[in-house]
Design a protein around this ligand. Structure first.
Ligand code: URA
Length: 279
């Protein structure tokens, strides 16, 4: 059966299943709109857009506005007020799920994805944003990249000592990099999570997390493995933070695992032997 043409027979459930399987195998695993968009006709009218960078990509992001627009400013103000009212992580999770100020919520995400791990742990890992597996299961880093992350944490003796979350709490469609506006709208919740967990160290997984948390322009290859002081917006919190390569990048470039492993060892050293002089 030609699965593409089978769509004309909408009454045939098996044909629809087969068509969905065909698209799923081709990587189309999310429905973004109610009606189809003819990208071929669109492409004939306008020059093609550059492809979205892959999750955890090390290349520079597309330029983003340095300042937030008025809608983002209002969303951030709302988020700050709501985040401050959350007395604990459970309340914060419920507040995030009910928040409508981040556009990602309305771009096909199934649910809000907040955190997993040990809220008493000394280390907080902040990734970029949920992917398809996280969107389905409701927890961060549970797909292939997350499994690799878990193996690395176990090998570094960090298993069970880590709280994991992301810069945004809804899956960006097609796993594109979250925009600055989306990250800003989620930031007050992330800051509240940091205030509640009180980690001793932060590990920033991938360029999108490192750049937005530290406000730096350099690429992840230059930021990784170095210590920075992350400060909350009101500067009341200051925590040592290390950027590292994103596990999704390591899956595509296994040769880079050595550098991520070095970063983890440097971090573990500081965590477990805080009195040693730092570089
Ligand atoms: N990549 C991320 O940055 N975060 C996740 O939760 C999963 C994959």
């Amino acid at each position: 059966m030609d699965p593409v043409n089978a769509v004309s027979d909408a009454s045939d459930a098996r044909a629809i299943e087969s068509l969905l399987a065909f698209w799923s195998d081709a990587g189309a695993d999310a429905m973004l709109r109610e009606s189809p968009v003819d990208r071929i006709a669109e492409g004939q009218r306008a020059p093609p857009k550059p492809a979205a960078p892959a999750r955890g990509a090390v290349a520079a992001q597309a330029p983003q506005p340095a300042r937030a627009g008025p809608e983002t400013t209002a969303a951030v103000a709302d988020a700050k007020r709501l985040a401050a009212e959350a007395p604990d992580l459970a309340a914060l999770e419920a507040t995030i799920a009910a928040f409508d100020g981040c556009g990602l919520k309305f771009e096909g995400a199934k649910r809000a994805v907040f955190s997993r791990g040990n809220p008493e742990g000394p280390l907080m890992i902040i990734g970029e944003g949920p992917g398809a597996d996280e969107d389905s299961q409701g927890a961060p880093f549970v797909g292939r990249a997350g499994k690799l992350l878990d193996r690395m944490l176990k090998a570094a003796d960090l298993e069970g000592r880590v709280f994991i979350t992301n810069t945004v709490f809804w899956r960006p469609p097609g796993n594109r990099t979250p925009t600055l506006a989306e990250q800003l709208a989620c930031r007050p919740f992330l800051e509240r999570a940091i205030a509640l967990v009180k980690p001793r160290l932060l590990l920033l997984a991938g360029g999108a997390s490192a750049k937005s948390m530290l406000g730096r322009e350099e690429g992840i290859l230059s930021l990784r493995g170095r210590w920075f002081d992350w400060k909350s917006e009101d500067e009341a919190m200051e925590i040592p933070a290390m950027p590292t390569l994103h596990p999704a990048f390591l899956l595509r470039q296994p040769g880079a695992k050595k550098r991520a492993w070095q970063d983890l060892l440097t971090l573990t050293e500081r965590l477990d032997r805080p009195d040693r002089p730092k570089d």
